[in-house]
Design a protein around this ligand. Sequence first.
Ligand SMILES: [Zn+2]
Length: 369
Amino acid sequence: MTVQQAFRYELAPTRRQANLLARAAGTARFAFNWALNLARALIGKGLPVPSAAELHRAWNVYKRENAPWWDEVSKCAPQEALRDLHRAFENFFASRQGKRAGPRVGFPRFRKKGRDDRFRLTGAIRVGRRAVKLPRIGWVRTKEETTKFRGRVLSATVRREADRWYVSLAVEVERPDARPANGGVVGVDLGLKAFAVLSDGMIVAPAKALGRALRALRHRSKAHSRKQRGSKRRRKSALALARLHRRVRNRRQDFHHQLSTRLTKTKSVIVIEDLAVKNMVRNRHLSRAVSDAGWGEFRRMLEYKGKWYGCRIVVANRFYPSSKTCSGCGAVKTELPLSERVFTCETCGLVIDRDLNAAINLEHLAQAV
Ligand SMILES: [Zn+2]
């Protein structure tokens, strides 16, 4: 079975290479924003969004007339950015027409310098023991040893996060055919107090290290907003803030990786809720916590690792009342305020933790499907 896997390394570019990377990111961003402007103008006139190929042609004409030297960066970076834009439009329209699962996708946004410093390359990408070869840029050293893998590198995405550069390789690797684990079925209720409650009674606490990093991040962002715009202090604090963001992102990712690997390796079926339901909770404090929890990313990991390890992922229909149903007798409550942490059934008298009740209902759902 061939699957796509990502390998991510921190780069240690020379000064000249860092310069080239920054330029490629700048060109990709420029092309993306230029095409988004063009698409917006067309949509404004009631015309359809151009295809990726049409965008390329228009971009080539624009480039020839305005900035022929851009080719030295690699044609690929802007081309791939135009593809990203086209995909962003497809996702937006599919989401608006209800043809796409998951949270709603908004209208494509402009890429911002400092936030969206990234570009993708395809073509002859090679991996050495401690270096990655990128088209037009050459061998760039990595800070750690690269992983040994057998497979075809499909693309390389280079990204700047604060003051560091990372490369993420999309690789097509051959994996042994997944054999189904016989760990049975588990329902997973994702929450905020506990990251997850499993139907077998296990409670997964949110990552402690992540909590610490998040508190530091909130503290920092408050301090940052007090710094005067354009000042040297503000620039310094922006860098510190970006570093904290990176730390939070990495810790969260580690945590999600560990849990999703453990679950998909040991269970044969995992049932989770449609997370769009939870995202619909329009409470300001809560929605902050929801975006911090990164459920969408966790679900994505479950889905691709499920394929690797032979574990089926079932997503409950968004109208399935996992919280309001009694896991003992099946009676459904009409109301259940979020503040009620214990589920009490008036029909059969069951008293059970609210999240555990939901998780058990999700587990039952797998047997029903
Ligand atoms: Zn009951």
